[in-house]
Design a protein around this ligand. Structure first.
Ligand code: PXP
Length: 253
């Protein structure tokens, strides 16, 4: 058992701006610009900007990443697949954090996280090289003890637990499944923290589902995107973000 106290301070909010780029790319051109969203997020109190550079560039582009690095002061959390192409980009930019995520079906566990247990040998040099280059490496995994212990053995600084199954069950009204998934997220947080890993959560979180996750004492950061960008259509990004921040803060009291 670790003697380290559980994290009970202010929870960090990483705002994922991918889907601003999804809307831009639906028409081509420059509008709406994810950089403008990142600036609004920064002004509204986001603690970091998260962007996922997909192999097919379906939303965020290489130019977006260049501009995020050059023009936004908040820490950048670059989500990427463990491929040579992405590694080259990450090494060049040295983002504050790199979160390794699955790109292909065969890289995932059933919950959708990266199957680090099955891919240990492939991932090890990526975690080492990126860490040595000065980025905090995070692994986006299922909250499962085996995945957590392999993430630790790989030398990652952070694990981000996939909250999709919990959020989906909550929205479907399947309370039994929601509670089961939530218990796994809570237990995962405890195990990972005891192993000395920093604990993040993300995927599918909304105003309705964020509070229980924000209350998990080991949680240090939440990464939220799709819901915030969707909500921004109705209320504006600043308002959506401030409300999310408020709910997260209420949960920590
Ligand atoms: N965290 C990670 C690792 C992700 O890949 C994503 C996007 O899928 C998110 C958080 C944000 O998820 P969402 O857009 O559903 O809020």
């Amino acid at each position: 058992m670790s003697d380290t106290p559980r994290y009970l301070g202010r929870l960090r909010l990483g705002v994922n701006i991918d889907h601003v780029a999804t809307i831009r790319n639906a028409r081509g051109g420059d509008h709406p610009d994810p950089l403008r969203a990142a600036r609004i997020a920064a002004d509204a109190g986001a603690d970091g900007i998260t962007a996922h550079l997909r192999e097919d560039r379906r939303h965020i582009s290489d130019d977006d990443i260049d501009r995020l690095v050059d023009e936004i002061d908040l820490p950048l959390n670059l989500e990427m697949a463990a491929t040579e192409e992405m590694l080259t980009i990450a090494l060049r930019h040295k983002p504050h954090a790199v979160c390794l995520v699955p790109e292909k079906r065969e890289e995932r566990t059933t919950e959708g996280g990266l199957d680090v247990a099955a891919q240990h040998n492939h991932l090890a040099p990526y975690v080492r090289t990126l860490s040595n280059n000065g980025s905090r490496v995070s692994l986006f995994i299922e909250a499962n003890p085996v995945q957590i212990s392999v993430a630790k053995a790989l030398g990652a600084a952070v694990v981000e637990f996939h909250t999709g199954a919990y959020a989906d069950a909550a929205h479907a009204g399947d309370l039994e499944l929601r509670d089961k998934e939530f218990a796994r997220l809570t237990e995962g947080g405890r195990i990972a923290h005891e192993a000395g890993l920093e604990v993040h959560y993300g995927h599918g979180l909304t105003f309705d589902t964020v509070k229980p996750v924000a209350r998990i004492p080991e949680a240090v950061e939440l990464n939220i995107g799709h819901f915030l960008i969707g909500e921004a259509i109705f209320t504006g990004l600043e308002s959506a973000l401030l409300r999310m921040r408020e709910l997260m803060d209420e949960a920590r009291v």
